[in-house]
Design a protein. Structure first.
Length: 88
């Protein structure tokens, strides 16, 4: 009987903690949206990539995708060994 009495209070504590974390995440998300951090997601997605990453040719691209890459970033570079399909 004593063990069954502990289940409800621990569940309530867990629920309160989860709701607090969710509220914190929601507040942070709203702040980021108001501060303009979510304005240009395409540009932000490119931040971790350097110019070489954007210019290396990808063997799985269609001709249209390769042409769009060429127009946006210049002539494609051949992959080095171990990089995007470059064989060693």
């Amino acid at each position: 009987m004593a063990v069954e009495g502990l289940v409800f209070p621990s569940t309530l504590v867990l629920l309160i903690v989860v709701l607090a974390f969710m509220a914190g995440a929601l507040v942070f998300f709203i702040w980021a949206a108001r501060a303009g951090q979510l304005g240009d997601l395409d540009r932000q997605a490119m931040l971790p990539l350097d110019e070489r990453d954007l210019r290396v040719s990808h063997p799985w691209e269609t001709a249209e995708q390769a042409e769009a890459r060429r127009e946006a970033w210049g002539e494609p570079l051949p992959p080095e060994p171990g990089e995007w399909g470059g064989a060693e």
